[in-house]
Design a protein around this ligand. Structure first.
Ligand SMILES: *Cc1c(COP(=O)(O)O)cnc(C)c1O
Length: 228
């Protein structure tokens, strides 16, 4: 099932890319594995997945130690809200933290990463829709947070992440994805930092084709991969 699901996801990526003249190789698939067993994740890995996205540090650690030993080349991504008291463990296992939503968290990640002489790759999560229920920095604060974060030696700001609001039709998510791309372009043009914030982590099971049309480079898929 997981293998077939991934085949149809790849087909849908190809179709979305051909509609907007993008190269499917530019789109990384992060399999979001919260609540999934190690056996399910192993099947996804055997079907070509190498980016594993988790929402909780504790759950991720257990799976990390089980799966990392059996598989080479896996990359673990934190996609859920990160509490500052979990950053020590997070920097141990994650290659990319998508959900940096405050300067304070960036500062703490920098501190913990420096303890283990690591440069931690991060994305800044932006609350583009402004919904009170969502994590993420406000668009108006973004530039300042990116520039201050770039001053930290042990983090590398690689791009932006957003979660679009739940909408009836995927098309309705387009303005939020477009807004994130425009913010990325604005930061990129300013070039006040040495970091290259190229990654756009946007698009989930219900809206990834629209996200790809708006420039996504990393889609985060749970149900499309693991559900029947
Ligand atoms: C669960 C989750 C996803 C995947 O959601 P699906 O709709 O199942 O594809 C992506 N990103 C984040 C941050 C999530 O929490």
């Amino acid at each position: 099932m997981i293998r077939d699901n991934l085949a149809s996801v790849r087909e849908r990526i190809n179709i979305a890319c051909s509609g907007c003249r993008r190269n499917p190789a530019e789109i990384a698939i992060v399999a979001v594995t919260k609540g999934r067993s190690a056996a399910e994740i192993q099947e996804a890995i055997e079907s070509g997945i190498s980016y594993i996205g988790e929402n909780r540090v504790q759950e991720a650690m257990a799976k990390f130690y089980e799966l990392q030993a059996k598989n080479c080349g896996l990359r673990w991504h934190m996609v859920g809200h990160l509490q500052t008291n979990k950053t020590k463990d997070a920097v141990e296992i994650f290659d990319l933290i998508h959900s940096v939503d405050s300067l304070r968290l960036a500062e703490e990640i920098n501190k913990q990463a420096s303890r283990i002489s690591k440069v931690q790759n991060i994305l800044i999560e932006v609350n583009v829709s402004g919904e009170a229920s969502k994590f993420g920095v406000r668009p108006e604060e973004l530039i300042s947070i990116v520039e201050k974060s770039a001053g930290f030696k042990n983090i590398n700001v690689q791009g932006l992440m957003t979660i679009a609001p739940a909408v009836d039709k995927a098309e309705e998510a387009r303005p939020y994805f477009r807004a994130l791309r425009e913010l990325r372009d604005k930061i990129y043009e300013r070039r006040t930092t040495n970091d290259e914030p190229r990654i756009l982590s946007m698009g989930m099971t219900d809206d990834f084709e629209i996200a790809i049309e708006e420039g996504s480079s990393m889609i985060r898929l749970g149900r499309a991969i693991f559900d029947a």
